[in-house]
Design a protein around this ligand. Structure first.
Ligand SMILES: Cc1ncc(COP(=O)(O)O)c(C=O)c1O
Length: 353
């Protein structure tokens, strides 16, 4: 499927969450058969959960309103209050979810530095596992993120994921994967998502980012995990009723929108290569593996640059005084990348003058 513009001249690269539902999604939403999902009686939600479990290689899945809720209830399903979770200091769960797993679940975060490729050093993970001692919390969970957003959308390989799962299990820990963009990782590596999750005990995967569904994520794992997650979803207010109306779009997302992510990755590459030729910009195109392009400027002008670009209809997010994130998605075509590069280089030149 070709990239679709959202209908105006703005090229909005702040996030892939901005994608609009496709026509096929809107039609499926209108036609969706629905029931009360808290009673387990919404056939469309049930079908989405069956399909998601199959795609993710898990026994069962649960539809949730957001990736944040998916991570929260997964962590709470694995850990009791006072238990410890080992995760990257750059993890979305640690960085961007208001510390919800600590605030609401009482789960103690033990952060380790993410390496530039998004991974955690497994020797450091092993060293961080607590021994049985009355002074310590109990190490219960290892959480990884694939793709790793704050490390530039880096992809963690099936070999690394399997080694991490083996290590976690050898020490009695479970492995949760924040797979908000697991579909991007799978497409970038040319493997099914299930291959990346072999050995993982749970995953939370978004339908509403590059896959373009308007709402929702799925969490998946074995039946016992999903039963616990279902109870927790109700406790945190995520039990939805005739949710088939939105689950219908999720089914289209899984059936029609995964393969085209390769286009977003190619456009991210185009953007990174173009930016790399500009004076005052540093970016390593080889490190851009999916749809997230993080780059640096040689001066602290990220906010001012993004503000001027926005006036010209190009939206990106400053991520620090001298760093910017641009995200490719279905509404950013290859022609838009050429346009963005021209705008960017003009604005940069004007700021330098
Ligand atoms: C890696 C990662 N995990 C989780 C989330 C949370 O998803 P949501 O915005 O649906 O809560 C995001 C959102 O950007 C994300 O990038």
């Amino acid at each position: 499927m070709a990239s679709e513009k959202s209908g105006d001249a703005v090229v909005d690269m702040r996030s892939d969450t901005l994608t609009q539902p496709t026509e096929a999604m809107r039609e499926a939403m209108v036609r969706a058969e629905v029931g009360d999902d808290v009673y387990g009686e919404d056939p469309t939600v049930n079908e989405l959960e069956r399909l998601a479990a199959e795609r993710l290689g898990m026994e069962a899945a649960l539809f949730v309103p957001s990736g944040t809720m998916g991570n929260l209830i997964s962590v709470m399903a694995h850990c009791g209050r006072g238990d410890e979770m080992i995760l990257g200091a750059e993890a979305h769960i640690f960085y961007y979810e208001q510390g919800g797993s600590a605030a609401l679940g009482g789960v103690h975060p033990r952060t380790l530095p993410n390496r530039a490729d998004g991974t955690l050093d497994l020797a450091q993970v092993e060293a961080a596992v607590r021994e049985d001692n009355a002074h310590y919390p109990v190490s219960r969970l290892l959480a990884l993120e694939n793709t790793q957003n704050r490390c530039g959308g880096r992809v963690l390989t099936p070999e690394y994921m399997a080694a991490a799962a083996d290590l976690a299990h050898a020490h009695g820990l479970r492995l949760h994967v924040d797979g908000a963009r697991i579909w991007n990782a799978a497409v970038a590596l040319g493997v099914p998502p299930a291959r990346l999750l072999r050995g993982a005990d749970s995953v939370s995967a978004c339908l509403s980012k590059g896959l373009s569904a308007p709402v929702g994520s799925v969490v998946a794992g074995n039946r016992e995990f999903v039963a616990r997650a279902r109870r927790l979803r109700k406790a945190v207010g995520g039990g939805m009723r005739q949710a088939g109306v939105i689950a219908a779009a999720g089914i289209v997302a899984l059936n029609e929108m995964v393969d085209r992510l390769a286009e977003d990755h190619a456009n991210a590459q185009r953007l990174a290569r173009g930016l790399a030729t500009l004076d005052g910009v540093s970016v390593d195109p080889a490190a851009v593996q999916t749809n997230l392009v993080y780059f640096h400027l040689d001066r602290p002008i990220a906010a001012a640059l993004c503000a001027t670009l926005a006036e010209r209809g190009v939206l990106m997010s400053p991520t620090g005084a001298d760093s910017i994130r641009a995200v490719t998605h279905r509404h950013v075509g290859s022609g838009d990348i050429a346009h963005v590069l021209t705008m960017f280089s003009d604005v940069l030149r004007a700021k330098a003058a």
